[in-house]
Design a binder for this molecule. Structure first.
Ligand code: SF4
Ligand code: SF4
Length: 247
């Protein structure tokens, strides 16, 4: 076997495109619209149709198959050690952000408003994330993705804020209880930070299921989905979610 053959890229099962590291991590299909939707229908179409029979849903084909992760973490008091870790990260990041700002260093964080979706779509995607109970927020850990760019966005929006005032607005939002081991701000009712103070990734991230929902909405304008909540054990639960204009 030649070196070239040994390092051959992994290819998408549908379109043959090379998969990047993230796509390979999630399976054998690229994140292109057509391929994700084909995989969703292949994996979940039959499950949806069986579930419709059980639930008495007469028009399952109007609920696009939309696999999402199943939240399995429990709600528990936020440990003091984790709050302290976040505080240390925050204070260091604020100090660095103030220095960078005073030096006029380059700035990467887009204003979140520029990345938000049309209200109807944002509402629809939010409903699906609520149904998933914020699985992906586990990645926020003890930092909540707060970076110097996040802090600099606040400084630019509200010039004159002191380091202590910026720190206080985060610390006072830490929930008493959160999902065990997930982001320190993931409380029982969801994220306790206002959108404008979250890291940009929190406002723009779409998992594969959410991408599917977004594309389906853009194609049809219909806010319906068959949500299959998946864990490593398989299908944990499902629901037919509809947010039709009349509802
Ligand atoms: S983006 Fe996906 S994983 Fe994250 S909360 Fe929404 S549905 Fe769940
Ligand atoms: S800050 Fe909020 S949206 Fe971002 S990871 Fe934490 S809980 Fe999720």
């Amino acid at each position: 076997m030649t070196d070239m053959e040994a390092s051959s890229p992994v290819l998408c099962s549908y379109c043959g495109a090379s998969l990047d590291a993230l796509e390979t991590h999630f399976g054998d299909v690229c994140f292109g619209e057509t391929c994700i939707k084909r995989r969703a229908e292949q994996d979940w179409g039959a499950v949806r149709d069986r579930a419709a029979g059980t639930d008495g849903v007469s028009d399952p084909e109007t609920f696009p198959a939309t696999p999402i992760p199943a939240q399995q973490r429990k709600i528990a008091p936020l440990p003091a050690e984790r709050a302290a870790l976040f505080r240390a990260h925050l204070e260091k990041t604020i100090a660095e952000a103030l220095t960078l700002e005073s030096e006029g260093a380059s700035f990467h964080e887009a204003e979140p408003e520029s990345s938000w979706y049309a209200p109807a779509l944002g509402e629809w995607l939010g409903a699906i994330c609520a149904s998933c109970e914020g699985y992906c927020c586990e990645a926020g850990g003890d930092t909540a993705f707060i970076s110097t760019d996040t802090i600099r966005r606040i400084i630019r929006r509200e010039p004159g804020l002191t380091a202590a005032a910026i720190a206080a607005r985060y610390i006072e939002r830490l929930p008493a209880e959160s999902y065990e081991g997930a982001c320190v701000f993931q409380g029982p009712a969801g994220c306790t930070l206002p959108r404008e103070d979250r890291a940009n990734i929190c406002n723009v991230y779409l998992c594969k299921g959410l991408k599917t929902a977004k594309w389906n909405w853009e194609e049809t304008g219909v806010r319906r989905a068959f949500l299959g909540r998946m864990s490593t054990n398989g299908l944990e639960s499902y629901s037919f979610l509809a947010m039709d204009e009349s509802e």
